[in-house]
Design a protein around this ligand. Sequence first.
Ligand code: ATP
Ligand code: MG
Length: 575
Amino acid sequence: MSGNTENRNIENHNEKKAKGPSTSNFIKSIINNDIKAGKYGGRVHTRFPPEPNGYLHIGHAKSICLNFGIAAEYNGLCNLRFDDTNPVKEDVEYVDSIKEDVSWLGFDWQDRLFFASDYFDQLYEFAVELIKKGKAYVCDLAPDEVKEYRGTLTMPGKESPYRNRSVEENLDLFKQMRDGEFEDGLRVLRAKIDMSSPNMNMRDSTIYRIKHSSHHRTGDKWCIYPMYDFTHCLSDSIERITHSLCTLEFENHRLLYDWYLDQLDVYHPQQIEFARLNLSYTVLSKRKLLRLVRQGYVSGWDDPRMPTISGLRRRGYSPRAIRFFAELIGIAKKDSLVDLSMLEFSVREDLNKHAPRIMAVLNPLKVIIDNYPDGHEEELDAINNPEDPSAGTRKVPFSKVLYIERDDFMEQPPRKFFRLSPGREVRLRYAYFLTCQSVIKDDTTGKIIELHCTYDPETKGGSSPDGRKVKATLHWVSARHAVKSEVRIYDHLFTIENPNDTEDGKDFIDYLNHDSLKVLQECYFEPGIINAKIGSTYQFERLGYFCVDKESTDTHKVFNRTVTLRDSWAKHKKR
Ligand code: ATP
Ligand code: MG
């Protein structure tokens, strides 16, 4: 696709934003109606509530863009709240990485950084209030008995024999739970709702469980911890959230969300569910991503093959590209699998506009220009970014010995191969016309070692005064000036489209793509690249977009391929 079309897409997206609130998704329609009806006094206040048990991934980015985006669009507020109720799985490392990722994406929670654990005292009091109202009880059933008593989707549950304990006994036992009198799992506090409810979440859900473990914020203050459902609605209520946006798997929990708030008669936010992002050839579950990290299938949470925000950042994605992707996929009520090429399309759109161009040869073949004066060199003008005239030009050195891409030469070219071959003339980008005269091979292996060519000095800048045409333009690097670097080429991490939906007896790990990383050690670059900063992105002409990896040093650069130049999704769409 042409660069112009790409620019237009991004601009349309900006125009949409500039016009202010629209009804472009069902959540905005709900909010618009709420504002019209004066609900919540016309306020809009959302939150992004991650559990700090892993690094954020592109699915979370969708939720971040939605929550912070809606707040911005309606002049409202969005909180960052850590849902840190499970001390066993949570860690400050995750808290820090999540804060970094949300800021990096371009969102600001200002002074509204909260932790559910900050509410533990209040939550405890709410639980006591439920007991006093006869709406909660301490249950001594063992975990497997609780499960058995719950029944199934087709069978009603059975009431716990402890369900009718007196308020006094419940208060006393709950206090003992808190005081550490019992071992883990011995008792729980449960809501007293309805064991025959068709909604399993309403069958006397657990409110508090005993867990003698240190919490990364509250230390050893607590040995009982509140469950997600109880914590979440009340945290929303305490923070006076208006619209609590969550993913579809919580649809069945909404009744319980509302039940707690109604029983306690507190401020009542509204839960609205949307479809979570699923991406082809990718897993988006922290549990699975954690396994990839722990078991060493990837180098870490920020491995450039990971769908984590830190992985995408290291791969060369900009926050702009990720926000554009979130806008592109939109918000729906039904789950679907988004094609990974849409994510690639988003980063390509962005980098096409912003990434400076350079010439790099990843798989070098030496070219000697026999009629170029020995020892001579010159500097040629090259355009930094044809999409952005303000990016200017640079000088690229040219001399007698060059590297070109091995793929750009064929000794016996098939009919549709228009690049270099014996006797054929091509253009060297920004330089001269070049004709291949002879091929030198290794006597034993037959491998091509170098090409001997001639150039036409009249064609400086890449055009011929006599109007002669060539069918191909090749990129190149002057051997004497080249900087040698490493390039890492990535492919999908999984071999099947939906690794979450595996065949019987198989695990997502069984579908790992063992060729997802290819390291090229002998790549040659224009000399200017030596100043490239970690994290900066470039278009290597004709090859794709690449980003300087954090493992680079002043003298040795490592590049990650962000994405190829080919645009399969846009083509797909046109069909
Ligand atoms: P995971 O399944 O990856 O562990 P989670 O839902 O348990 O994710 P949380 O930290 O609880 O992770 O998620 C924080 C917020 O991000 C929640 O509101 C959740 O609904 C949302 N979220 C998580 N995964 C996705 C996704 N794939 N698409 C959209 N939103 C998501
Ligand atoms: Mg969760």
